[in-house]
Design a binder for this molecule. Structure first.
Ligand SMILES: [Mn+2]
Length: 275
């Protein structure tokens, strides 16, 4: 549900039949880079969906949930599990909104039908605790990476997407594997500055959307930036990537923000408080 109105405009949040689940939190995650070759990370995410995430009104996944996505018809076992996990979460009453990342931009309508998640635009303007908040994956902020932005325009083209999706699953797998190798090689050549958010792009999006808080991922440089924009204090919150043995979730509750570490079940959970 995107999102120029208050999250509660559509009525009260779904109530747990037993009335025992407190769903006061809004959660933000990104850059999980789930892949069949990362079973621990998939398990960590599935446990998160079945546990911590259920105490939220809404979960925002700000892109790169998957390390690659070659079409909603990919029925590899891990992806089927992830779809079922998301469906379990939304069925239990937590809304889930997804933004597309540069790795999983082919997530589409069938995925949303399978999981009952909503696909958000990028950027997505929303309201968190009465504050105009802009949500992005973050790749659009890295404006110094001209090669990538050119590639982005190409692969996001509707016809190009259709041509790719017409190919067999096997052909798409082979193409994605080739791209993954290429992209990995290109990344090591690029300077740190090119791969970070450009301050001018940040300012530009904040102005266009009259937002005072920007939340994004993609750069894998988690931080809480405070900056002055047009004489006003604004915030840029960068989400952390997930790893096989831990993930991080940004939590909003009653005007308070926290970063919580998500650990494999059995391990002790801990959280770091922020304002
Ligand atoms: Mn990314």
């Amino acid at each position: 549900m995107i999102l120029t109105r208050r999250a509660d405009a559509a009525g009260p949040p779904p109530r747990d039949p037993a009335g025992e689940v407190d769903r006061g939190d809004t959660l933000f995650i990104s850059d999980l880079h789930l892949a069949p070759g990362r079973p621990e990370r998939i398990r960590l995410f599935l446990d998160f969906l079945g546990g911590r995430a259920r105490r939220a009104t809404r979960l925002y996944i700000l892109g790169d949930l998957f390390d690659a996505w070659i079409g909603d018809d990919d029925n590899s076992a891990p992806y089927t599990q992830v779809r079922a996990g998301l469906r379990g979460l939304t069925s239990a009453g937590t809304a889930c909104t997804l933004l597309l990342g540069n790795r999983d931009f082919l997530v589409g309508r069938q995925f949303c039908r399978d999981t009952d998640c909503t696909l958000g635009p990028d950027p997505a303007l929303t309201n968190v605790g009465g504050v105009r908040t802009l949500l992005m994956h973050g790749d659009l902020l890295c404006t110094a990476d001209l090669d990538y932005l050119r590639f982005r325009r190409l692969v996001r083209n509707q016809l190009v997407k259709k041509l790719f999706l017409w190919k067999s699953l096997a052909a798409r797998r082979a193409l994605a594997e080739g791209y993954r190798r290429q992209s990995g090689a290109a990344k090591t050549d690029k300077t740190a500055a090119i791969m970070d958010a450009d301050p001018a792009a940040v300012a530009d999006y904040l102005t266009r959307f009259r937002a005072v808080h920007l939340i994004h991922g993609h750069t894998h440089r988690p931080a809480d930036h405070t900056l002055t924009h047009q004489g006003q204090a604004v915030r840029r919150t960068v989400l952390a990537e997930w790893h096989d043995d831990h993930g991080e979730v940004l939590v909003h509750r009653d005007g308070t923000w926290n970063r919580e570490t998500i650990l494999p079940s059995g391990a002790e959970q801990h959280s770091t408080s922020r304002s």
